[in-house]
Each structure stands twice: as C-alpha cells, then as structure tokens.
Write a protein of this length. Sequence first.
Length: 126
Amino acid sequence: MITGTYRLSGLWPPMAEAVRYLLAWCDYLGLSVNVSSGYRSFAEQRALYSQGRTPQEVANHVKKLGQGGAVTDADAGQSAHNYGLAVDIESEQLDQVMSLARQIGFGTVSWDPDHLEWPGWRSLLQ
C-alpha cells in the first residue's frame, strides 16, 4: 500500500516523477511505503533543526547525527527538502525500499535511514 503521495506537492517536478516511479515499483513488488515528508519551508526546516538542540547548539550549528532527539542536521536553506529535492519515507520493509531507491539513483544520507534526495542536488542551486 502506498500512502502520503499528497506530500509530493511542492517537489521539483523531476523529483516528484522519480518518487512516483519508486512508488510504482514498490507497489509492483508489494512493498508498503508512506511518504512522510516532502517539501519543507525554511520555517518548518528551522523548527525541525531546533528539535533536540539547545539554543547554543543551534547557534553553533552542532551536528548531532540524529542523537539526543535531533531530527535533522540541516538548518533552513541547507536541506534538500527546502528546494523540493528530498522526501522521507516510512516502511516496514525500509531496507528493501531504500535498496530499490539507490538502484533507481536516489541519493541517501548514511545516518538518516529514511531520507531520499536528488543526487548532487546542491549543484542545481548554483
């Protein structure tokens, strides 16, 4: 079962199509997947970045790699989500879904197991 496809709005159109392609393969293979997050405004990203950090850690841009309640290490403007170039997914078969996503060509972040992004996304902003 595929859920959360409404979270594809706001994504860069080629990214949205790539996610739809992944979801179609997941459906074909019987993998249950949910898109839990897509495009985020800078304000949303800043609020997520602040979670699990003290004000001093926020000011000093301390990397936490998901430890201590931190949700992300990307502050506003530093996340592919802010440009419609990333999604987060949920699945009971997460390893299989992520393996498939990497085969399709998505980029991943080693410490964030459910994050998919357009490979080399920063080069698109130049």
